[in-house]
Design a protein around this ligand. Sequence first.
Ligand SMILES: Cc1ncc(COP(=O)(O)O)c(C=O)c1O
Length: 403
Amino acid sequence: MAEGVRSVTRSGVAAARDLLAPSRRSAVPPFMVMDVMAAAARIEEAGGRVMHMEVGQPAAPAPATAIAAAQRALAGGKIGYTEALGIPPLRARIARHYRESYGIEIDSGRVAVTTGSSAGFIFAFLALFEPGDRVAVACPGYPPYRHILTALGCEPVLIEVSAATRWSITAETLLAAHRMAPLAGVLVASPANPTGTMIAGDRLEELIRAAEDAGIKFISDEIYHGLDYAFPAETAAKFSNRAVIINSFSKYFCMTGWRVGWMVVPDALVRTVDRLQQNLAISVPALSQIAAEAAFDGRAEMEAVKHGYEVNRKVLVEGLPRAGLDKFLPVDGAFYLYADVSRFTNDSFAFAKRMLEETHVAATPGIDFDPVHGREFVRFCYAGSEADMREAVQRIGDWLRRG
Ligand SMILES: Cc1ncc(COP(=O)(O)O)c(C=O)c1O
């Protein structure tokens, strides 16, 4: 009897534990930058002034046109669900953006409004891939690409990029990975996070051709378009109407917290994305969609913000080498500079932590983006003020000279 009670209790404990056990696919790694942010917050609570170069978001607010449109809509009272693919005027305005910015015609019926580009990845992966499918992404790269793929049961395949291929996946490296084991897809970003590097238009076209000829589905993350300094960013939509394009109002339009982005999807997948959105989110917040449409009228304001990034970029490109950080990737676009700190450390997390404690400059250790070589890199975001950039360069220089 006693034995029976014990075994029931044991299995009861096990059952309770099972009820609380997270699924294996939900075990995605955390963002190490959060630890840096928490340490920065502690310094600020104690009265210190931190130069925030760790978080990849603009310091500026959304365009005044967007804020005013949202305020008008809010005053009107009713904010309801919208059509799953987005409000028609916003979809039409996004289509017009392709004509104005890239000189190509996109049917507004192919535009799907999403909750930031983050939701775009989920829809793209669900629409294009089966569980077990192998999908190539660049390493270093934006961590959620691989983590979302894993959570959805796909296998991220990391293609190491380096100076030899101008820090991007090329037709050759993609096909080499495909020969080793077939790929179902590839996701490319230009400008990229964390490297800030870009792919030239002819290289992008070549990559898309190579992918599609080999039956590899192409996804283009164009979230940093508009923030290009080295040469103009080209949309994959120009080269293929089978590629899935993902974009967002978060970066160029400074609307991270509004959570609104978009996809351009092939005709054949429009209804699929429509059904996914209906079921997973119903619609994107209406207020954000209204603001997003008006954001396009605030381009002059956003170009001034972009000009500020260009000034900051120059401050860092000229100042960091003098400060002692003289090895970094080409600073082509977005608002990131990816610095090689291997001369000082093989533990970028400890380096970033010590830099924060001793200089109050917060940056992101490369291990977030690259499990292979990230220990030798640190990412600096230059979306803050010029004064902060100058101060940061000064502090880093003094610190590195002190040793
Ligand atoms: C390369 C890249 N893609 C996508 C995102 C996600 O942005 P959002 O969901 O705000 O559009 C980010 C955010 O930092 C990013 O750096």
